[in-house]
Design a protein around this ligand. Structure first.
Ligand code: FNR
Length: 355
């Protein structure tokens, strides 16, 4: 496989078509899903020349977590649909690459087991973050937080773009409504009853709940899914430590802008006080460079990791991360940039309007 796009076709060849559609699909007409990649394509890179350079250092520290590259694994549900080893394979590959993995609350493996797998991938420690949908049952939400803390997660990523489930027509057409027998969302096991609870996406969650979470844990809090610059400002006032600028890979409200289109406004809104991570449509090292040049502290990738996992388990995820790392390194060299801090908005230009 020469690039991330080639993994999707290879994954489709091995996946149940309904599961491949679940991974690939977006909401509604999939306008936002397509927009994420198209917006990267509309940005041009402008290199500088004769500036020397050398080996690129791609390491970053994000909210205290040290990573070998500015590329995170965005939280995605149900890794065992892609490969029998599921999140364990993803975690080992992420740890070996030194990438931060954000484990989904809807993982098919418990966060404790994911953390243990990450440690086998990198004995010196591998940064793991945990993604959470705040549940109206706050007692259960607190149980989830404590599980993530006990597993050694270094940050909580709170997804706030889901007051309701996205409308995925591919899943409706395929009749894909639930996990096959034998798989479940292990993090949702309720110790009070032993039952696995459904994930509740509730419109009743408000900033009050963010304040509650702020009081409940000392872990850094990252809000995932803030799109409006005014909400970025409000997040700052609520003591949030970082933002993950995301439209859920086009799976929630269809028709919202591509994330990279919003990036300059969100970066301006937080005034450098907290890091902004971006996900959505990142498929090439050039996309990573564009996002970092426009002020992102790092990027996340969702679907390509699932394709890599489907194709070859841990090795497949490792290859996806390695391709992105190599492409980013090569892009920085060709841009005449001696390291990540050298990337500036001046390295990016919009493409001239068509017509
Ligand atoms: C997701 N995403 C997601 N986000 C989240 O906060 N919790 C979750 O459980 C999931 N689950 C999930 C499943 C699948 C199959 C996909 C494709 C996505 C969204 C994810 O974190 C991320 O925002 C997008 O995937 C990023 O876009 P790309 O890289 O897939 O284009």
């Amino acid at each position: 496989m020469l690039n991330l796009r080639e993994f999707e076709a290879a994954a489709r060849a091995v996946l149940d078509p309904a599961h491949a559609d679940y991974f690939a699909g977006g909401a509604g007409d999939e306008l936002t899903l397509r927009a994420n990649e198209e917006a990267f394509a509309r940005l041009r890179l402008l290199p500088r020349v004769l500036r020397g350079g050398g080996k690129q250092d791609l390491a970053v520290t994000l909210l205290g977590s040290r990573a070998a590259l500015p590329i995170l694994i965005s939280p995605t549900a149900f890794h065992k649909l892609a490969h029998p080893e599921g999140e364990l394979a993803t975690a080992r590959a992420a740890a070996a690459a030194g990438a931060i993995m954000i484990a989904s609350m809807a993982a098919t493996t418990s966060v404790g087991d994911i953390a243990a797998a990450a440690r086998t991938g990198a004995p010196d420690g591998a940064p793991l973050w945990f993604q959470l949908y705040i549940q109206p049952d706050l007692e259960f939400t607190e149980i989830l937080v404590r599980r993530a803390e006990e597993a050694g997660c270094e940050a909580l990523v709170v997804t706030v773009d889901s007051p309701a489930r996205g409308a995925h027509e591919r899943d409706r057409r395929n009749g894909f409504t639930d996990l096959p027998d034998g798989l479940c969302c292990e993090n949702l096991r309720d110790p009070r009853t032993g039952r696995v609870l459904p994930i509740v996406m509730s419109p009743e969650i408000t900033w009050w709940h963010v304040d509650w979470l702020r009081r409940t844990t000392s872990l850094p809090l990252v809000l995932k899914g803030v799109l409006h610059p005014e909400d970025a400002g409000i997040a700052l006032r609520h003591g949030v430590d970082g933002l993950l600028l995301s439209n859920h890979g086009g799976r929630q409200l269809d028709g919202v802008p591509a994330t990279v289109e919003l990036l300059p406004e969100i970066v301006a809104a937080v005034e450098g006080r907290i890091p902004v991570i971006l996900d959505g449509g990142v498929r090439r090292g050039t996309d990573v460079a564009k996002a970092l040049a426009l002020g992102a502290a790092a990027v996340g990738v969702g679907r390509p990791v699932l394709w890599g996992l489907a194709v070859d388990g841990e090795r497949g995820v490792g290859q996806v991360l390695e391709l992105l790392r190599e492409e980013l390194d090569h892009t920085l060299t060709l841009l005449g940039v001696g390291g990540l801090p050298g990337l500036t908005p001046g390295h990016v230009r919009p493409a001239p309007a068509a017509g």
